[in-house]
Write a protein that binds this ligand. Structure first.
Ligand SMILES: [Zn+2]
Length: 89
């Protein structure tokens, strides 16, 4: 990612979730994808509590859409990746 400014995809680089499948709209991975996770951590400045609230709301919405998926695996996917401890750097 040296000169991404001219990329034609533009806002397709949001790594926003697509519903109802909850895959990443940019890279197609399960949302939140690795890129989105990194961005969320940066966006929330490592505030795990705030990020948990946000991801919890996403999880609730995803659980509605992905009824076939086990809730535990969804929790793991949406929230389980958060680093432990709310240490700010
Ligand atoms: Zn992505």
């Amino acid at each position: 990612m040296s000169d991404g400014a001219e990329r034609p995809r533009g806002r397709a680089d949001d790594h926003a979730p697509t519903t109802p499948g909850w895959s990443c709209g940019s890279c197609g991975d399960e949302w939140p994808c690795a890129t989105k996770r990194t961005r969320l951590l940066a966006e929330y400045g490592g505030d795990r509590a705030m990020l948990s609230v946000y991801l919890g709301s996403c999880l609730a919405a995803a659980a509605e859409d992905l009824r076939a998926a086990p809730v535990m695996s969804l929790q793991d996917r949406f929230i389980g990746w958060l680093p432990r401890g709310a240490r700010r750097r």
